[in-house]
Ligand binder design. Structure first.
Ligand code: ASP
Ligand code: MG
Length: 418
């Protein structure tokens, strides 16, 4: 049994859906498959504007909903022609429309998950119905029946024991060979929809791979595999044919867009290989992430994380930064869902590199005014070079203002103005 995951770009229009169907069919001949699909194209971004408008009771809500409906209707018109829009898709539209006429609760994160999840609901309905229409028999599964989480909306944690039991019960392959289901979403035990964090579909695929003991998990992308840099940002990138879980997790964590950082652990724990393959050239080999010892010196890998903020916090009374200080600071950032990417400490300064937060940073930092001085700089980029050497490091530094540098045995990190 194998798991396939298709992201937004792979189902961004009718032709793309047809291509995905071909890939599924080719492999479903010889394998039982669970296919995890995320929202189509840039739908999740659109859903984020939709939920914001809904939450703020903005009159644009209706227009944004119509955009969502129109985008998927067009795709259905192409895929199903005279058969029209499948009823299952229509009922998802209706369900969302009904939700949007209700008064929102006061919890934005909760509303976010209830609304944004429709991107995945509709995309999987369309793909499943399309496969059925071309005689690829499949069962559409609402993953919320089995992927159970806590109620930290927008960043839910998986209830592994329950999920394992339910997934094995629902996705049992007794009378099916192909399941189509959603990435990114789950539900609490009381059936409230949750999400696992942006780009969470890779993680869903890994969770299912783990609990179903899959042979492997394949992530189908618009790049030929894992590259040593983002081809949109660097020329002459090369594909890495094989890499260890450890290497992959470091890359993903540093900001490589190719795989979600949470994906590796569930697979590593069971020794399940992760294949990164191209949906554009599905026959080509791609990259494999598995248990492998990198004996050879690896080539430098370049990873860029944009929109970073450098926060520097120092005690006013010139006392050294203590463990308690650090605890307080990190706790406050964590509570405000600010993600820390790098920490550096000197006697008096405590430096943190964080993702540009959704919350007002000035307001967060006012918590410190009594005992600390806090400064911050925005519009920074964190460059990570795995397996760096002096030559590539100097090249990267040249002509740039370096806000912070941190080098370890294998990894160099530079914070540079965007
Ligand atoms: N659709 C979600 C997102 O765009 C999840 C995913 O694609 O993995 O973040
Ligand atoms: Mg996506």
């Amino acid at each position: 049994m194998r798991i396939f995951k298709f992201g937004g770009a792979s189902v961004k229009n009718a032709d793309a859906v047809r291509n995905v169907a071909q890939i599924i069919n080719r492999h479903n001949n010889n394998n039982n498959l669970v296919v995890v699909i995320s929202a189509m194209g840039k739908t999740t971004n659109l859903m984020e504007t939709l939920v914001r408008a809904y939450f703020e009771k903005d009159e644009k809500t209706g227009d944004i909903f119509n955009q969502f409906k129109f985008f998927h209707t067009e795709i259905c018109n192409e895929l199903f022609e005279e058969d029209g829009i499948p009823n299952s898709v229509k009922s998802s539209f209706n369900e969302l429309e009904n939700k949007l006429i209700k008064t929102p609760s006061l919890d934005f994160n909760f509303e976010y998950d209830q609304v944004v999840s429709f991107g995945e609901m509709v995309s999987t309905r369309i793909v499943s119905e399309y496969l059925n229409s071309i005689q690829s028999k499949n069962l559409w599964v609402d993953i919320r029946t089995c992927l159970r989480t806590d109620d930290k909306f927008r960043d839910a944690s998986v209830n592994w024991n329950l999920t394992e039991k339910l997934v094995q019960q629902y996705l049992n392959f007794e009378s099916e060979r192909l399941y189509i289901t959603q990435g990114f979403i789950g539900a609490t035990t009381s059936n409230l929809t949750t999400t696992l964090g942006r780009e969470g579909s890779d993680f869903t695929a890994a969770i299912l791979g783990n609990v179903l003991n899959a042979e492997d998990v394949s992530i189908w992308k618009d790049v030929p595999g894992v590259l040593n840099a983002d081809p949109k940002k660097m020329e002459n990138t090369v594909k890495i044919d094989e890499l260890s879980y450890r290497e992959a997790i470091e890359m993903a964590y540093s900001g490589a867009q190719v795989i979600h950082p949470k994906t590796m652990k569930p697979l590593h724990n069971k020794g399940i290989p992760l294949l990164v393959k191209s949906f554009v050239t599905p026959e080509s080999k791609g990259s494999i992430i598995h248990s492998v010892d990198h004996k050879l010196q690896l080539q430098p890998v370049f990873i860029v994380k944009e929109n970073q903020v450098l926060i520097t916090i120092s005690p006013k009374d010139f006392s050294f930064i203590s463990i308690e200080d650090i605890n307080n600071i990190i706790d406050l950032l964590h509570k405000n869902r600010i993600k820390i990417n790098l920490i550096q400490q000197s006697a008096i300064d405590f430096n943190l590199v964080v993702d540009f937060p959704e919350v007002d940073l000035n307001e967060v930092l006012t918590h410190f005014v009594e005992s600390y001085i806090a400064h911050y700089n925005t519009d920074l980029t964190l460059h990570t070079i795995r397996h760096f050497n002096e030559e590539v490091l100097q090249k990267m530094k040249k002509g740039n203002k370096i806000y912070l540098e941190q080098n370890s045995r294998r990894t160099a990190r530079l914070l540079i103005k965007q």
